[in-house]
Design a protein around this ligand. Sequence first.
Ligand SMILES: C=C1C[C@]23C[C@H]1CC[C@H]2[C@@]12CCC[C@@](C)(C(=O)O1)[C@H]2[C@@H]3C(=O)O
Ligand SMILES: O=C(O)CCC(=O)C(=O)O
Ligand SMILES: [Fe+2]
Length: 354
Amino acid sequence: MSPTISEAYRELPLPPHHIVPIDFGSLKSVPFSHQWFASDTQVGKLSTPSLKPRLDSHAIPVVDLASPDVLERLGRACEEWGVFQVVGHGISSEELEEVESQAERFFALPPEVKARVLRSPDGGAGYGIARISSFFSKFMWHEGFTIMGSSLDYAKQIWPHDYQHFSDVMDEYQKKVKNLSQRLMLQILSSLKVSDLPETSSICPNPATASTALQLNHYPSCPDPDLALGLAPHTDSFLITVLHQARRAHGLQVFNDRAGGWVPVSPLQNALVVNVGDLLHVLSNGRYVSALHRVAVSERSRERVSVAYFYGPAADAEVAPLGAAAPVYRRFKVVDYVKLKARELDKAMSLMRI
Ligand SMILES: C=C1C[C@]23C[C@H]1CC[C@H]2[C@@]12CCC[C@@](C)(C(=O)O1)[C@H]2[C@@H]3C(=O)O
Ligand SMILES: O=C(O)CCC(=O)C(=O)O
Ligand SMILES: [Fe+2]
């Protein structure tokens, strides 16, 4: 049997307080455990003096997949930002809204029902706090539900007599967003203009063996948004992430060197946000940036939901810079990188440098 991404977490089980979220619904103020100060948001070299973004969001590229110069636009967006919004992606707004409302339906359940699908201490999928939480001294204003593969078994545990709809919606969405991810990956890889791309084997990647995860994110309404942080700064690990953020749900910010700070990624009607992940950064030999991003809790008494789809090569596939005369990253197995990141977080990428 080939390894799966979840197996990467076997060696590093998390304690329960890094799995089970607090009962946000019962809180009238932000507990000390969830109050962030400037020094808490330091991740490696990047510290953030304030949660207020410094710039406006117009700079984030919007790429229409139907535009004739789509490859050039994708390439530039990946190189300069590592994040962009796609329109003309073919997934209908009805479908996105349905996924969003099923996610809301799940998060609205009482804590003891959500606990039926709790992530296991040594696993990757299930309900709980984001895995990166263990690297920070404060907890995030966030709960998540990671689905790997079909959501049917989870749905049966959550709604024993009414599981079909949730499961149909989530699995149908995974199919569509997987097709979109594959299409984007092929275009992004051709935007790299590498002369001899390997066959659609491991790296390209092969949709039949790809590592995928659907992550439902919930940022509950918060009594004091200035004190809390939705999701701490991180880069996504796989090749690309395709994210749907609910309308009017501000909060996602991306760090950009050229812009000199945090830039909000404002929700755009019918657009999906695409992030370059660590593995695409490696394939491009460092040319495409794996975007550092975070989520601020922007508004009082407004909750926020987002749905992220992570797309990567098979867990046992090998990744290395494509066609680079002077590679700056070693060749490594995807599963080994996920293990290393579980231990080292933001240091993992530089440990793979030659
Ligand atoms: C398939 C993935 C991708 C994961 C790990 C695993 C399951 C859940 C994903 C997230 C979702 C929340 C942010 C993140 C940083 C986290 O803590 O869990 C992501 C992480 C990654 O991109 O590394
Ligand atoms: O909720 C968001 O906008 C971002 C979520 C995210 O970064 C993630 O799931 O990795
Ligand atoms: Fe992310």
